[in-house]
Design a protein around this ligand. Structure first.
Ligand code: UGA
Length: 431
């Protein structure tokens, strides 16, 4: 099939690359000339394991192209819109990029093209975009809501092995065409109304975020009563109705999706006068979770002025360079405002972190450099590199062997094997 993908962010790029990998003829379109120039050369604008190799092989095979030229839309059977929908100050979704994309493509699309919205958009937006395009192009179009569930860091795996594909439609033939596009993946497909499809995306992200806030709330209770959240989560997760995934306690969820989507859903509910205090609580628990490590350090040290604190990990989660809504930002700012000297290291997110935190903190080139002479070590992101650290070697380099682990990277036996360590984690007894 001849497919165009509009927007070359995480979702657009991963979708475009994966669709070309399963044999489609894909043209990715973006207004950013520099980005397109790099992508043509096989250079990625993002850090995403495995994506670069697939990008290169599909460009070479002639199935994947990049352009800024919207005239290329003319002969496309399917046009996928995957531009960003960030959050506005007032809590609503900022639809300006998708509105602009809708207007931009109107002069170039064929009557037979099916427009597929992959961007996460509030309920009713697909209908609004359909009307916007129709007003501009003068004929009626077919629109499909096809939300995306891939995670950063495992984008290819998640696209190729998705748990489900949601097709929200009003025209049966258009829905069948999209089913045909996905057929090589052989994945479960659920056909729904457009509004239900839009809602499925928000409800899924809100549920996962709530699951995280729930386990974090339980972790805090575990600390108070002397239980171990790892055992509690394992015991809960064995119940198939609860499930083992997304019960990992920590210093809060971040990224470009959960924080924004829960806020937007909460906002949508309030627009309709619906009580969504559950979502508000999810957000509030998450916010207070970000302060946990600093609170624990304050209890331990009394004050942090003049203390050298090392932060290992800056990205909102491992295997990404994304710093959006990363708990590390709050932690670094709290520490510096309390007068601590902060040195940070992250395997991938240093450039993005420098853009946000500037010269407020120091950036080290390696774990060794970061931990040298530190009064305490904060583990903020659970990169594999940190989980595999040789703890005795790290502790020797520090001034005091004190670790505040925000991601429970180490099992009890590894901690117990270190003679001098003082170890604080989330929802587990201090060691
Ligand atoms: C999330 C969803 O998982 C995807 O299904 C969805 O497509 C995507 O948002 C989106 O809406 O585009 P992502 O933000 O890439 O994907 O990352 P996740 O792996 O879901 O992690 C989100 C946050 O939750 C991270 O900060 C992570 O550290 C945190 N988390 C996750 C926990 O604190 N505990 C857990 O058990 C799981």
């Amino acid at each position: 099939m001849k497919i165009a993908v509009l927007g070359t962010g995480y979702v657009g790029l991963s979708t475009g690359v994966c669709l070309s990998e399963i044999g489609h003829n894909v043209t990715c379109i973006d207004i950013n000339k520099e980005k397109i120039k790099h992508l043509r050369q096989g250079i990625l604008p993002i850090y995403e394991p495995g994506l670069e190799a697939l990008l290169a092989s599909n460009i070479t095979a002639g199935r994947l192209r990049f352009t800024t030229d919207r005239k290329e839309l003319k002969d496309k059977e399917i046009i996928i819109i995957a531009v960003g929908t960030p959050q506005r100050e007032d809590g609503e979704a900022d639809l300006s990029y998708i509105e602009q994309a809708a207007k931009d493509i109107s002069g170039y699309i064929a009557e037979s093209s099916i427009i597929v919205i992959k961007s996460t958009v509030p309920v009713g937006t697909n209908e609004y975009i359909k009307k916007t395009i129709e007003k501009e192009c003068g004929f009626s179009i077919q629109i499909i809501s096809n939300p995306e569930f891939l995670r950063q860091g495992s984008a290819i795996h998640d696209t190729m092995n998705a748990d489900r594909i949601i097709i929200g439609y009003e025209n049966k033939a258009a829905a069948m065409k999209l089913q045909e596009m996905y057929r090589p993946l052989n994945l479960p497909i659920l056909l729904t109304s457009i509004r239900s499809a839009e809602m499925i995306k928000y409800a899924s992200n809100a549920f996962l975020a709530t699951k995280i806030s729930f386990i974090n709330a339980m972790a805090n209770i575990c600390e108070a009563v002397g239980a171990n959240i790892e055992d509690v989560a394992q015991g809960m997760g064995k119940d198939k109705r609860i499930g083992e995934a997304f019960l990992k306690p920590g210093i809060g969820y971040g990224g470009s999706c959960f924080p924004k989507d829960v806020e937007v859903l909460h906002h949508t509910a309030s627009l309709y006068g619906i009580n969504s205090s559950l979502l508000k609580e999810t957000i509030e628990i998450n916010e207070s979770q970000k302060d946990l490590l600093v609170k624990k350090a304050l209890i331990r040290f009394g004050k942090l002025k003049g203390k050298k604190i090392t932060m290992l990990g800056l990205a909102f989660k491992p295997d990404t360079d994304d710093m959006r809504e990363a708990p590390s930002i709050n932690i670094a700012r709290s520490l510096t405002s309390l007068g601590a000297e902060v040195v940070a290291y992250d395997p991938a997110a240093m450039i993005n972190a420098k853009g946000i935190l500037g010269d407020k903190i120091l950036f080290a080139n390696s774990v060794d450099e970061a931990v040298w002479n530190a009064d305490a070590l904060f583990i903020v992101t659970e990169w594999q590199e940190f989980q595999q650290l040789n703890l005795p070697t790290v502790l020797k380099k520090m001034k005091h062997p004190i670790i505040f682990d925000g991601r429970n990277c180490f099992k009890e036996d590894r901690i117990k094997a270190c003679e001098t360590i003082e170890y604080y984690s989330i929802g587990r007894p201090d060691m």
